[in-house]
Design a protein around this ligand. Structure first.
Ligand SMILES: [Ca+2]
Length: 139
């Protein structure tokens, strides 16, 4: 994926969770993001606090005091593999195409998204694999 698409995705996620629009993700806003991209995980307060502390410790250069994490900081956490940007973007039900209305590159993105989705489904729904031997047996 090109870095510009990555940036657009991170930017979109960032904007959604920067509720007060101060261009920083506060601890509360970051916590909301963590909850939202891990819908199946039940975090305790201590766990969230530990994650946020870890971010503060690891990315002090990207954090403006109480205001919180800047956009480039969030991008950095994804670049460092702290989260899976594509998966998070999907989990949040986001779509780049509806954003900019650009018709120039939807084909490529669509393909990628479709592939991503299929991959996820295969991981979560093993029943799919049972169709394969069935099909093979009829031929
Ligand atoms: Ca904010």
């Amino acid at each position: 994926m090109s870095s510009s698409i990555r940036l657009r995705k991170v930017n979109k996620i960032f904007k959604r969770f920067d509720v007060n629009g101060d261009e920083r993700l506060s601890r509360q806003e970051m916590a909301n993001l963590i909850f939202a991209v891990n819908p199946r995980v039940k975090f305790s307060e201590e766990q969230i606090k530990a994650i946020l502390d870890e971010v503060s410790r690891t990315y002090p250069d990207f954090i403006d005091g109480e205001k919180g994490l800047r956009l480039d900081g969030l991008l950095r956490t994804y670049d460092d593999g702290a989260g899976d940007l594509d998966r998070d973007f999907d989990t949040l039900g986001m779509d780049l195409r509806s954003d900019s209305g650009s018709e120039e590159e939807p084909e490529k993105e669509k393909k990628k998204k479709k592939y991503q989705k299929r991959k996820d489904e295969e991981e979560e729904v093993p029943e799919k694999e049972e169709e394969m031997p069935l099909l093979l047996g009829t031929s």
